[in-house]
Design a protein around this ligand. Structure first.
Ligand code: PLP
Length: 453
């Protein structure tokens, strides 16, 4: 069939695209700030910033102007032929904002590529130091670090592994600090230490001389529902990595670029990781962009030992980096870190209040505007809802029909329980909260009715 570009648009538009399933969503017409409109004129509030990407809201004219200016100057300059100012500037700005000695920036086009780069750098650093036996990266279960085979191997999500298991080297995992489920008498501090010490036990089990590094999301993403560990966890993890000479890799693909109220979440605990991955909010959806940031003490030996054997065609893409610079300008001009912090806390309070009316809200957690609610059978038991109901996915669908976008997550298999992410752009105002909270309350009531049937 030949495609007629004038064929009817809308929900039934002919398509040759495919993603994960046969399900289809309406066509987007336009977006502005925290709102999006489909071609039928229906308005949605983007209370998940897409997939926690659109941190500065949609269609900001300042970013569009920065990108247009770059396009008019040079649309593409391949890194083996030319340097470009947009990438150089953004690298300097990221190095200035990154924790401690993280000062060398390697650009990529997304989160999986950023994590993949961290794995490759860690390995090549070990080789440069003559430690070829170091091949393992310990990670947490549950966790999400990306879809490419390397990033998938360190991802703690079993169903995504299944088809590829014979093609992949599975990497060791320790439990993520899901302290909110623990029913012991430990203090928060001791519980944090208990979970962190699981890393030490795993390193010893694997043989410290075989381990390259440990990777963690400082605040969990969709895999754990914005999981925040007790403060003591972060320092103890750093200590263990130092003690065994193991690289600490922070996956800030979701938490980086301001979402938790600091430019990098590591700052909340004063931690300097050895390597850091950032993506989503970096160009905030205006262009595909990610970065690995590492210190010269790691990059230098790799560059001197045969070079970094890794890279992508779109590395340091001028248009994507111009978007990144434009996004950073907006974050700073509009004081969006402060907004993520204060309005994030205010939104979390509202969600916590909502839990008074719904026993199925087991927990409300997160930091800044990286927030999630966990759905359970009832809060007292914290028993999970029977996975056959796919409760989180169902809530997301009910809300979507009402024009409220919250983040989808598959329930069945791999993870315990149901949670949905509530993560509007960092530009959200308190006046706009009602556009999230009113439909969310209605959607929760509908879900509750359905589950009781
Ligand atoms: N790491 C984390 C923490 C993520 O949340 C994601 C995506 O959700 C990724 C890595 C992979 O990023 P991408 O989907 O851009 O490849």
């Amino acid at each position: 069939m030949t495609h007629d570009p004038k064929s009817p648009v809308g929900h039934n538009r002919e398509s040759r695209l495919f993603y994960q399933s046969r399900s289809r969503r309406p066509l987007i017409e336009r977006s502005e700030g925290v709102y999006m409109w489909d071609v039928d004129g229906k308005r949605y509030i983007d209370a998940s910033s897409g997939a926690m990407v659109s941190n500065i809201g949609h269609s900001d004219p300042r970013v569009i102007a920065a990108m247009t200016k770059q396009l008019e100057k040079a649309s593409f300059a391949y890194r083996l032929h030319f340097e470009n100012d947009a990438a150089e500037d953004l690298a300097i700005r990221l190095a200035d904002r990154a924790p401690g000695d993280l000062e060398r920036v390697f650009f990529v086009s997304g989160g999986s590529e950023a994590v993949e780069s961290c794995i490759k750098l860690a390995r090549q650093y070990a080789l440069a130091k003559g430690q070829a036996q170091r091949t393992k990266i310990i990670s947490r279960f549950p966790s999400y670090h990306g879809a490419t085979l390397g990033a998938l191997a360190i991802t703690g999500y079993t169903p995504m592994h299944a088809p590829f298991a014979p093609m992949m080297v599975d990497q060791p995992k320790i439990p993520a600090p899901t302290c909110y489920l623990d029913r012991d008498d430990l203090s928060d501090h001791d519980r944090g230490i208990k979970y962190a010490n699981m890393l030490e036990a795993e390193i010893i089990k694997q043989g410290p001389e075989t381990v390259l590094g440990f990777i963690m999301e400082p605040v969990g993403g969709a895999a754990t529902g914005a999981l925040v560990a007790p403060d003591s966890y972060y320092g103890r993890i750093r200590e263990i990595c130092d003690q065994y000479g193991i690289l600490l890799i922070y996956d800030e693909v979701m938490t980086g670029a301001g979402r938790t109220g600091k430019y990098f979440a590591a700052e909340h605990w004063g931690i300097v990781p050895d390597i850091l991955a950032v993506s989503k909010g970096l160009a905030a959806g205006y262009a595909p962009l990610g970065a690995m940031i590492a210190p010269d003490r790691i990059v230098g030996p790799v560059l001197d030992h045969g070079g970094f054997i890794h890279g992508y065609t779109y590395a340091g893409n001028p248009l994507a980096c111009a978007a990144g610079n434009g996004v950073l300008d907006v974050i700073e001009e509009d004081n969006l870190l402060e907004n993520a912090s204060t309005n994030g806390a205010a939104l979390k309070d509202e969600l916590t209040k909502m839990a008074d009316d719904f026993a199925m809200i087991g927990d409300v957690r997160g930091k800044g505007l990286l927030l999630a609610i966990e759905l359970v059978k009832d809060r007292d038991s914290m028993e999970p809802i029977d996975p056959k109901h796919m409760a989180a996915a169902r809530l997301v669908d009910i809300a979507y029909d009402m024009g409220l976008i919250i983040y989808w997550r598959r329930t069945r298999g791999g993870y315990r329980g149901d949670h949905v992410m509530v993560c509007p752009p960092m530009t959200i105002t308190k006046e706009q909260f009602a556009d999230i909270l009113v439909p969310l309350r209605k959607a929760l009531s509908e879900l509750q009715d359905e589950l009781e049937v």
